[in-house]
Design a protein around this ligand. Structure first.
Ligand SMILES: [Zn+2]
Length: 237
């Protein structure tokens, strides 16, 4: 865990000591702010990001309220977002939490396609990427198996789509699912985070391959034009 964190810190250009300080700060923020740390302790879009997209985050908690215990921590979400921001910098895109609310424990075990549809059915809206943080996410193709994340299209209207993250997801999972959100299928590029085949390159070192970058850049512009995403970056004078 510690080794993984240090390796991850290196991808952000942080020294291990700086990373440790940051982790401590986030932990304190969590204690001080409770559930609000999902918003205040998860980072803002990096300066380099000309396009800053909001994440509408929905977190399952034990009580279905901000007072309940969330299925994952603000620090975990921070790592997911930071990794996505590191990988999307290549198209000058960043992500930050725009809103956060809670979901009841009953919907935290996502077993069926119907369950995946139900998560976003009433709360989906355009303008941000909706991200659902659930306790368990079943593999709907293989009985008894679980997966770490999915980019899901609402079956009655496939223009509506969202990201579902399982509480067991490692920090690279959201970046992969956002790759799907930005139009990418799975690939066979050696360097790519969209290539799921086992190979020596560890997940934290996987990036987007050049042709994938081009697709994402185009989709980013299209989604802005369509209103699927909004740029939260204020225009500088
Ligand atoms: Zn995938």
């Amino acid at each position: 865990m510690l080794t993984a964190s240090i390796a991850f810190a290196a991808t952000l250009g942080l020294l291990p000591t700086e990373w440790a300080t940051h982790v401590a700060q986030v932990a304190m923020a969590k204690d001080a702010l409770g559930f609000r740390a999902f918003e205040t302790g998860t980072g803002r879009c990096p300066e380099v990001a000309k396009r800053c997209y909001g994440l509408a985050v929905h977190v399952v908690t034990s009580e279905g309220t901000p007072e309940g215990t969330p299925v994952q921590t603000p620090l975990w979400l921070y790592e997911q977002i930071a990794h996505a921001n590191a990988l999307f910098a290549v198209i000058s895109v960043g992500f930050e939490v725009a809103s956060v609310d809670t979901l009841p424990a009953e919907v935290g075990d996502v077993q069926t396609r119907k369950d995946r549809d139900a998560l976003g059915k009433d709360v989906f809206g355009r303008g941000a990427v909706h991200v659902f943080v659930v306790e368990r996410l079943a593999d709907v193709d293989i009985a008894g198996e679980v997966i770490r994340g999915v980019h899901w299209r609402y079956r009655p209207d496939t223009a509506k789509r969202w990201v579902i993250l399982s509480s067991i997801a490692k920090s690279t999972v959201m970046a992969h699912e956002l790759g799907h959100f930005f139009g990418l299928p799975h690939s066979t590029y050696d360097v790519s985070i969209m290539n799921k085949r086992p190979r020596p390159l560890p997940w934290p070192d996987r990036v987007f391959a050049k042709p994938e970058v081009e697709i994402m850049r185009r989709r980013s512009g299209e989604m802005l034009a369509e209103g699927m995403l909004k740029n939260r970056r204020r225009r500088r004078r």
